[in-house]
Write a protein that binds this ligand. Structure first.
Ligand SMILES: Cc1cc2c(cc1C)[n+](S(=O)(=O)[O-])c1c(=O)[nH]c(=O)nc-1n2C[C@H](O)[C@H](O)[C@H](O)COP(=O)(O)O
Length: 491
């Protein structure tokens, strides 16, 4: 006999807390203190249907995996559950009007166009989570502007009738030297989540890196791949190494072709836009009992499992549990690249996590310019594969990275924005635009394939001049004047 809404509604307290997810009831009373996002967000839905809030943050198999079967109470007759009358806030009404007026996809001519549209049409919490960087977002802005400090020295009178910008990454042949990097909580932007990126990656023959903190389950994302499509796994290392070992060996068994261990996030950064977007209810346990406020945003709420004790001594253990190539994601100085080579890993990603971690960390492209001359001096430039991510928005950014010695680049936010605003057609278009730009720019720089890209084609003298001007872009301004509504700002 299905449970009724009335019965569930009686269990609406810390002492007895039942919630409904996807039409089934769960007794989460004992789980409350263990919830990484803190008890408050669950108590907000005690005795009610929590599906809408639950969906973007938790892979579908979360309750089966982590809640004891005895707490699974069974099916609910949803006709008996009172629908919460949600009156639309003025913000939501304005957002719906922007969605009606949004540009058609064909009006997006570059990756920044997708960001501009997404900012207007995404839910506030989703935009805040995707767009936020740490502290004053200096590094987030630097990631993109660093590419503007590198100028080309193009060759002429080279036969560039045929241009081939395919390459290989960790032995996988790809159409163009970029991959879809790991970015969490895909369902915040699109109800289908990360599988949208899987399908687009297949269509454009590029690699997708599957995030630990995906909204879709790992297996859903692997199942969405077609044929010999290659995917990599991004790993946040769990304090409980048995859990990590299980995740890694399952990924290898499912056919993942690379293990990207994130090493720049012993604790997730303070992303103030994410915090402002009122994830207040999900203050994480990390803050439990602390003096700071609990509005730590989605990031902190979902990352209390990450092990800040991860260190170089763990690398041999990883090499003992998997045969997958191991790449350290988030390396930020040449000394650590040398140590990575000496420790026998197969690659590094020079990255500052999209500016979401340590503010004033240098851009990946600047670190690349520091690293490669030192490796060349040692004759080590081909000892590992070196990737860069952060602020890549144009094919010229990709070309600059390859000229300086990168194997390829990771791209994050642009594909999230394209997916959030236009779904898979948006991501397809974003990838196609990069391919079109790549073909043109390879011709104009005087190279017919990526092997010809080399340091003599770029002038990097301006690269380590850091100008941290007061933020002039809209992202920065919204950090500093949160009380001024866009309408007032527009006056
Ligand atoms: C935009 C974004 C980036 C995240 C990301 C989530 C978002 C929304 N998340 S995070 O929630 O923990 O910060 C991850 C993540 O799961 N794991 C990771 O290794 N990098 C994470 N990154 C960093 C990402 O892999 C790239 O380093 C970064 O996105 C590259 O910069 P662009 O966005 O400018 O391309």
């Amino acid at each position: 006999m299905p449970l009724t809404g009335e019965e569930i509604a009686k269990h609406n307290s810390r002492e007895s807390c039942w919630v409904i997810v996807h039409g089934k009831a769960y007794d989460v009373t004992e789980f409350l203190p263990e919830h990484p996002g803190g008890p408050k967000i669950i108590l907000k839905y005690a005795g009610k249907d929590a599906t809408e809030e639950y969906e973007p943050i938790h892979p579908p198999d979360t309750l089966d995996k982590y809640l004891d079967k005895s707490k699974h109470l069974g099916v609910v007759d949803m006709k008996t559950v009172e629908k919460e009358e949600k009156e639309e806030s003025p913000e939501e009404i304005e957002r719906q009007q922007r969605i009606e007026r949004m540009p058609i996809l064909e009006q997006c001519y570059n990756l920044m166009d997708f960001e501009a549209v997404a900012r207007g049409v995404m839910k506030k919490t989703a935009w805040a989570y995707y767009s936020s960087g740490a502290d004053d977002e200096i590094t987030m802005r630097e990631n993109h502007t660093a590419f503007h400090k590198i100028w080309f020295r193009p060759r002429i009178l080279v036969d560039v009738e045929k241009v081939d910008f395919t390459t290989t990454m960790l032995g996988t042949k790809v159409d163009i030297p970029f991959y879809v990097t790991a970015t969490a909580l895909g369902k915040l932007g699109n109800p289908e989540g990360e599988v949208v990126l899987t399908r687009a990656a297949k269509k454009h023959n590029v690699v997708q890196m599957i995030p630990t903190l995906a909204s879709c389950s790992f297996d859903e994302i692997m199942d969405a791949a077609e044929g010999d499509q290659v995917q990599w796994m991004q790993l946040y290392v769990n304090k409980d190494r048995e859990i990590t070992k299980k995740i890694v060996q399952h990924a290898e068994k499912r056919g993942c072709k690379g293990l990207f261990i994130t090493v720049d996030a012993p604790q997730l950064g303070r992303r103030e836009k994410d915090m402002r977007s009122k994830f207040t209810d999900t203050g994480s346990n990390v803050q439990a009992g602390s003096t700071t406020d609990n509005s730590q945003g989605a990031a902190r709420a979902i990352s209390t499992f990450i092990d800040p004790g991860l260190s170089w001594k763990d690398i041999p253990w990883f090499q003992s549990i998997t045969k997958m190539p191991i790449i350290l994601k988030g390396v930020q100085r040449v000394e650590d690249v040398i140590r990575a080579i000496e420790s026998g890993v197969q690659g590094v990603v020079l990255s500052n996590h999209g500016g979401r971690q340590l503010d004033f960390a240098r851009s990946g492209i600047e670190v690349l310019a520091e690293v490669m001359p030192v490796l060349r001096e040692r004759g080590w430039e081909n000892r590992i594969e070196i990737f860069v991510d952060g602020g890549v928005r144009r094919a010229t950014d990709i070309i600059k990275a390859l000229c300086l010695g990168a194997k390829g680049v990771g791209i994050g936010r642009p594909f999230l924005y394209a997916m959030s605003a236009y779904g898979q057609p948006g991501v397809d278009r974003a990838m196609q635009l990069l391919k079109d730009e790549m073909e043109m720019n390879m011709r104009l720089i005087g190279c017919s394939n990526v092997d010809q890209l080399n340091p003599t084609l770029v002038d990097t003298r301006g690269l380590n001049m850091h100008t941290t001007s007061v933020p002039s872009d809209t992202l920065g301004m919204s950090v500093y004047d949160p009380l001024v509504s866009p309408k007032e700002k527009a006056k």
